[in-house]
Design a protein around this ligand. Structure first.
Ligand SMILES: [Cu+2]
Length: 467
């Protein structure tokens, strides 16, 4: 039996003043200029101070892993040291990266065995908010804490470091004592339904942390959804301000924050500019459940010398898709509980109910569950791909393209409003059809999958190759 979400939320309220902070990950810089990320086991309290420690896997001993910051166009150099008991790799989510550095075990590199190291060395071409996370058995490795923020600054950042906040949100499933529920990893019930949903939300690994904002100053607040499967619904009205970037890429024009709930699928990011007025504390609220609750609070410090300047971001230079000459492709999503499963295959064989139970494969892309031997498509570099994604399942999905950002061309139901920004992950509601377009200009083998990590593990994964 588990504590219900409601009980945990009640707990969140009563522990509001405790300010529980987990161990912070340390930044480790080696003599050769590489940042060292050591993946290893770590005992951390993610529930209450009086509660039990959780058996996490972390980078450098804390969750999230250290924030890595570079400037646009600079190299990111990271040495992964694997002190886990299983192989791992790191994916740099949203970065239009050299394919060999994309970190996808089994596609762009072999997973790094226990005790061994791997050096990631790549250029970060776009400024914005990104994140890194394990990409081998992600459903467990990310779910146990292997993730952290990657911030690519503009050449001349429009915001001072004190006015630049990263909030990485994670939805944990705790057991009745308040420790990470390890037994339920791999639950076929999760895999076939909405994925591993949690009952405890942390921001930067902490429960209800407080941040300082200066009255009258413009702050950049970077939100990252690191949850395995939860679509966060944030009430941003208290913070106010403007939405300036999504998935790392600036909007053409800043938009007022949505007045209702703001949906963020797993893997997605949103950047806000917030200029608080002097006065009461502000809160960021999660309203996806029946009982809305605060996830972070903001203390407003008296007006200082930093004045609001409402800076705008300089766009990254991405190739614009040309729809007139686009190559049109359809990606049909099937499977899952209450979904269409007829005709699905796995490993070249019909996917019977029995084989679903044996293999855990039960979601399909174009009828194929799991990584296909041959790519979904091959294309020459520079070609525009217009991809129609048809969600013929009973659940929403968060489709993520590796190595490329896309424009949203059409949405039949618009689960999330199209702001005109380039995205790397898109929420597709049950029954919805979306069309996205991008220039396939980055040579290599690229994963295309649902970022609800259980869905990906259970088959919702394919790849394409740019020649
Ligand atoms: Cu999904």
């Amino acid at each position: 039996m588990r504590i219900s979400r409601r009980d945990f939320l009640a707990g969140a309220g009563s522990s509001a003043c405790l300010g529980i902070l987990p161990a912070a990950a340390t930044m480790a810089l080696a003599d050769d200029g590489f940042v060292e990320l050591t993946a290893g086991p770590s005992l951390q309290k993610i529930y209450k101070e009086s509660g039990p420690a959780s058996s996490l896997w972390t980078y450098n001993g804390g969750v999230p892993g250290p924030e890595i910051r570079v400037k646009r166009g600079e190299r990111v150099k990271v040495r992964l040291i694997n002190q886990l008991e299983e192989p791992t790799s790191i994916h740099w989510h949203g970065v239009r990266i050299d394919n060999a550095m994309d970190g996808v075990s089994g596609l762009t590199q072999d997973a790094v065995p226990p005790g061994e190291t791997f050096e990631y060395d790549f250029v970060a071409p776009d400024a914005g908010t990104y994140w890194y996370h394990a990409h081998n058995k992600s459903w467990q490795q990310v779910g146990r804490g292997l993730y952290g923020p990657l911030i690519v600054e503009e050449e001349e950042p429009a915001f001072g470091l004190d006015q630049d906040l990263t909030l990485i949100l994670d939805d944990w499933r705790l057991d009745r004592e308040g420790a990470l529920d390890l037994e339920s990893f791999g639950s076929l019930m999760d895999w076939s339904h909405a994925g591993r949903l949690g009952n405890w939300l942390t921001v930067n690994g902490a429960s209800l942390p407080r941040f300082d904002l200066v009255a009258g100053a413009a702050h950049r607040v970077r939100l990252i959804n690191a949850s395995n499967a939860r679509v966060l619904e944030q009430d941003l009205s208290d913070l106010g301000g403007k939405l300036i970037a999504l998935d790392g890429q600036p909007l053409k024009e800043a938009m007022d924050v949505p007045s209702g709930g703001f949906l963020m699928g797993p893997g997605q990011r949103a950047d806000l500019v917030v200029v608080p007025a002097e006065g009461r504390e502000l809160a960021l609220r999660e309203i996806s459940g029946a009982d809305p609750f605060d996830v972070a609070r903001f203390v407003i410090l008296p007006e200082g010398t930093v004045r609001a300047s409402h800076p705008t971001l300089m766009a990254n230079v991405l190739p614009e898709p040309d729809l007139t000459s686009a190559r049109k492709l359809v990606l049909d999503m099937t499977g899952g509980a209450m979904g269409q499963m007829a005709g699905m295959t796995h490993g070249g064989e019909p996917l019977t109910r029995e084989r679903m139970r044996e293999t855990g494969q039960l979601w399909g892309l174009n009828g194929v569950a799991g990584m296909p031997e041959v790519p979904f498509f091959r294309t020459s570099s520079g070609e525009t791909v217009l991809l129609e994604i048809v969600n013929d399942t009973a659940f929403p999905h968060a489709m993520h393209t590796h190595g490329h950002h896309f424009r949203i061309v059409e949405q039949s139901r618009a689960m999330v409003e199209d702001t005109g920004a380039f995205r790397d992950t898109i929420l597709v509601a049950a029954g919805e059809t979306v069309r996205i377009a991008f220039v396939a200009d980055n040579p290599g083998k690229w994963l295309l999958h649902c970022h609800m990590l259980e869905h990906a593990a259970a088959g919702m994964m394919t790849w394409f190759e740019v020649l």
